[in-house]
Write a protein that binds this ligand. Structure first.
Ligand SMILES: [Zn+2]
Length: 165
């Protein structure tokens, strides 16, 4: 089984691998310790100490803090309980006019704001764009992903989550 060095995994996370390096990694079997090595790298990169339980989204992690599981941005902003939709605690820009949409798309190439709005979700602290969703106007905020942390650790990794040891 191929082992990739730390620098290669760091460049994988950063999206800096060229196709010839990337293809064997994504098409091959994962190293058994890949998750732990990726988590180690992610934990080293964040400026805070809370244990990362799972990467949730680009820039966002589920972390263990004071017996709770919360969503935290890599800047340190805390979005609260991971079972709640972090997007509802973001700064949101809604693009729902032709002028707003034409900032993104050439004329006549974007969506019709009568039928679709584009919502941009920003971290309230670092103002990083965390996600974009396109929905019919008035549609509820989409909850992207609720991880089953127990099942992931116990059934896939064969051990309890780090906050339940
Ligand atoms: Zn942030």
């Amino acid at each position: 089984m191929t082992k990739y060095d730390k620098r290669t995994l760091e460049r994988l996370i950063e999206g800096k691998l060229v196709w010839d390096e990337l293809k064997p990694i994504i098409s091959g079997r994962k190293d058994a310790d890949r998750f732990d090595r990726i988590m180690e790298i992610l934990q080293e990169r964040v400026p805070w100490k809370e244990k990362i339980l799972l990467p949730l989204h680009e820039h966002l992690y589920v972390v263990s803090k004071g017996g709770q599981r919360i969503v935290k941005c890599d800047c340190g902003h805390e979005f609260g309980d991971y079972r709640e939709n972090w997007k509802t605690k973001c700064r949101v820009r809604v693009r729902d006019t032709i002028e707003d949409i034409e900032e993104l798309y050439p004329k006549y190439m974007g969506s019709d704001p009568e039928w679709e709005e584009i919502r941009e979700y920003y971290c309230p602290d670092c103002l990083t764009l965390l996600d974009v969703e396109c929905t019919p106007p008035g549609y509820p905020t989409v909850f992207n992903f609720l991880p089953d942390i127990e099942t992931f650790y116990e059934k896939w990794l064969g051990r309890p989550p780090p906050d339940k040891k």
